[in-house]
Design a binder for this molecule. Structure first.
Ligand code: UGA
Length: 431
């Protein structure tokens, strides 16, 4: 098929590469000229394992191209995918302006029947508004299909080619059948629903996963008080097939561009129809407290933080990404700096992104994990990059002022670290 994708963020870019690799002809459109120029040269603006190679292969094969010319890209396509961002506004509501602008541009450029597929995460009812906007600008026939995206950063390529399921929301069986055909090679698990249900499935899925994380984090907090070990508890819970073992890793809470935004947006969506989503509000509160607890815990472990030196391992909101949006590291480092702490930070790929958003004379940007720990009064692990688990902790301990380790992601084996004379603290496990 001839596809055009509007928006070259995570979802747009990864979908573009994936559909091209399946043999479709894909044009990716973005209004940022600099971004498009780089993509044309085969460079991707994000760190995502495997994506750059696959992009080059498909661009070289002539199946994937990049442009700022939306009008021509729309005219040449049979199916247009909207994958622009829906960032949070004050109050948590999702900002729909990019979506509506894209819909208007599509409507103005139309030259015949098109299917418009919405991959962006949009509040219930948005697809109908998109339909109305396009209809206002165009007299050509078209269908709007909601196909929410479930890929994760850091494993986006794998997730795109091996999705657990594809959800297709449509009010026209013919358009739904074309959307099914486009995804058929990826999975047998394709569920066709009405449009509003498809929109809701995306929010409900993210909200549920966030709920599991806040749930296990609260269990972890109780474990600390009663002397249980949350990793054992999660293991035991996960053996129940009704519960399952994923998304039960306790830690310093969820971050990223999706869970924080989508949980707040769903609370707002519920509020708009006079429903008080109490459970999800608590999920958000627990997540905020979980990262705030880190500072309090550090004080318990090493006393007043003023004037001390703290090493930070990991800035990204999770491993295998350079994304620091809503990462726990942001709040934690900003609070440490506020308390006159010297913060020595290291992350394998996310340092530039973090620094663009926040810099301070108290922050020392280190070129490797060991140098960050030199002279530190404590080390905090905030992102579970594999290289941290593989460090020689004996060497790390010898570089530090005090061998104190706060493991915010429960990466290390307690016995091993104790054996190395570290004071070791983690989340929801006995000290
Ligand atoms: C999430 C969803 O998992 C995807 O299905 C969805 O498509 C995406 O949001 C989106 O809406 O675009 P992502 O934000 O990339 O994907 O990352 P996750 O792997 O879900 O992790 C989110 C956060 O939860 C991370 O900060 C991670 O550290 C944290 N987490 C995850 C935990 O604290 N504990 C866990 O057990 C699992």
């Amino acid at each position: 098929m001839k596809l055009t994708i509007i928006g070259t963020g995570y979802v747009g870019l990864v979908s573009g590469v994936c559909f091209a690799d399946l043999g479709n002809h894909v044009t990716c459109v973005d209004k940022e000229e600099g971004k498009i120029e780089k993509l044309q040269q085969g460079e991707i603006p994000i760190y995502e394992p495997g994506l750059q190679e696959l992009l080059r292969i498909n661009a070289d094969a002539g199946r994937l191209s990049f442009t700022t010319d939306l009008t021509n890209a729309v005219r040449n396509a049979e199916l247009i995918i909207i994958a622009v961002g829906t960032p949070s506004m004050a109050g948590g509501e999702a900002n729909m302006s990019y979506i509506y602008r894209a819909a208007r541009s599509i409507g103005e450029a139309m030259n015949g029947y098109k299917i418009i597929m919405i991959k962006s995460t949009v509040p219930v009812g948005t697809n109908e508004k998109i339909k109305a906007i396009i209809a206002e600008c165009s007299s050509y026939p078209f269908d709007v299909v909601a196909v929410p995206e479930f890929l994760r950063e850091g494993s986006a390529v794998k997730d795109s080619f091996h999705p657990d399921r594809i959800i297709i929301g449509s009010d026209n069986p013919k358009a739904a059948a074309i959307a099914v055909e486009l995804h058929r090679e990826l999975t047998d698990n394709i569920l066709v629903t009405d449009i509003r249900s498809a929109e809701m499935i995306k929010y409900a899925s993210n909200a549920y996963l966030a709920t599991r994380i806040s749930f296990i984090n609260e269990i972890a907090n109780i474990c600390e008080k009663v002397g249980a070990d949350v990793t054992e508890v999660a293991l035991g819970m996960g053996l129940d097939q009704r519960i399952g073992s994923s998304f039960l890793n306790a830690g310093i809470g969820y971050g990223g561009s999706c869970f924080p935004k989508d949980t707040k947006a769903l609370i707002q969506i519920a509020g708009n129809v006079d429903y008080d989503f109490k459970l999800l509000k608590s999920v958000v509160d627990v997540n905020r407290d979980q990262r705030n607890n880190v500072i309090q815990k550090l004080e318990e472990f090493i006393g007043s933080l003023r004037g001390r030196t703290i090493a930070i391992w990991g800035l990204a909101f999770k491993p295998n990404t350079d994304d620091v949006r809503e990462a726990p590291s942001q709040d934690i480092i900003e609070e440490l700096v506020r308390r006159d702490v010297i913060v020595k930070v290291y992350d394998p790929v996310a340092m530039d992104n973090f620094r663009k958003g926040f810099d301070h004379p108290n922050i020392i940007w280190c070129s490797n994990a060991i140098s960050a720990t030199e002279g530190a009064d404590a080390l905090c692990l905030l992102t579970e990059w594999p290289e941290f688990a593989e460090m020689d902790m004996r060497v790390v301990g010898s570089k530090m002022n005090n061998a104190v380790l706060f493991d915010g992601r429960n990466v290390f084996k307690r016995e091993l670290i104790h054996h190395l004379d570290f004071q070791y603290y983690s989340v929801g496990r006995p000290h």
